[in-house]
Design a protein around this ligand. Sequence first.
Ligand code: HEM
Length: 182
Amino acid sequence: MARSPFSLEELKLLQQAMLFGEEDIKYLRMSYAILKDQTNDILDVWYGFVGATPQLVYFFSNKNTGKLDGEYLAKVRERFAAWILQTAEAKYDQQWLDYQYEIGLRHYTTKKNKTDNVNSVPVINFRYIPALTIPVTTTLKPFLAKKGAGAEDVDKMYTAWLKSVLLQSILWGQPYMKKGEY
Ligand code: HEM
């Protein structure tokens, strides 16, 4: 895995700029136990949305035939499940930062299609990445409420998730930017 060109110190400054603090870490970690056995159901909803949105399903299609590559989708889904729990762990160390860089590269031309050795389109257009922050977190909210947490806790977990996914979508944008402008 490549080393992130973005340092932990820079990460801290970015978190401060988006009012991401200790309380968010606490509520992300609270969500872990709630989400642990629900990742499959969450992914059904997320993939349902992607599948029903042609401009998104395009990025999972075969470059030559234009048809959805179901195997590609299934393989990414497994890594997505692990990502849900990793986001809930909220452990912001060098390994996490390096993985963020790696995810950015896997959405960009550098590494898209490489992990699964598929013949799909070469890049996910950047504009869709921050856009997906909204459906990802909106569809998550009902799952946060399914295990009996109070309304205030559900709200705070939801806000922490929104900030974390936005933070990650910002980090994933780095490969798309000109050097020095990120
Ligand atoms: C907030 C927005 C997004 C989140 C949270 C997200 C999450 C993820 C995660 C966790 C992975 C797996 C990373 C790994 O390989 O370990 C992944 C890969 C992927 N995502 Fe996203 N993603 C987002 C935006 C998008 C958008 C807009 C699309 C367009 C449909 C997309 C399509 C893909 C594809 C095709 C892969 C596989 C890339 C490859 O390795 O070839 N993602 N995403």
